[in-house]
Ligand binder design. Sequence first.
Ligand code: FE2
Length: 271
Amino acid sequence: MPELNIRKLHPVIGAEVTGIDLGKPVDAATREALSQALSEHLALVFPGQDLSPEGYLNAGAAFGPVMRQHYSQHHMPGYELIGLVHHQNGQRPAERWHTDHTNHEKPPLGTMLYGVEIPSSGGGTSICSMRAAYDALPEAEQQKLCGLKSVNQLDIDREDTRDEDEERYGKPVVHPMIRTHPVHGSRAVYFHITKVQYIEGMSPDLSRAYMEDLLRRMVTPEVTYHHKWRKGDVLIFDDRATLHRAHGDYDRSEKRVLWRILVEGDKPRLV
Ligand SMILES: [Fe+2]
């Protein structure tokens, strides 16, 4: 097993991991150490990785089986398990706080990004701990949220979804708004505002207003790690207990290209 060096990047969320080449298959003990580190720190940065698409799939597999992404128009040609994140051809950065693929019965446990082309400034990724956000809410609101469920579908605000993806992934899926982390055992707030049609028992408008209000109160610098990209960084964040967003504050004549992998997760549940 390689010697993993783990250094915190923020008091609450995020750590840097060195001492591992993610392009090579890892043994069971290393997989377990990585799972524990992700569950504890919620975002891990592996600097200086040099990965082919095959090597990158190995990096994903270090955290679990890799999951197919539902917007097939963004698949890397020849590698349907890798998504291309770039903002050419009118694509907009995902600047709203969200967690990925919540319209699936089993949403991903984590999202991995690999920095391939990085603009000279701006274009970072922020990750917010929904575990710390849950802990900071008043007890009465924690209890209220524990009784709420969201009904999820493909993004409400997208126009480029292919018919075959709509057909395959268009069915509504219900999730608890608070979920228990299967490895860590802690609770976290769990929703993706533009994938929630409504919260059960609330109108769509009221549901959205409540989620907007929650985001305003929960997302603070005290519980957020901001990642400034360097070419060769691999970043993975724990989708079970975080929200993330991109920053579009870079010169669009420069390129920002990230490769994305999703790692299979389990069905969200509250215990
Ligand atoms: Fe995302």
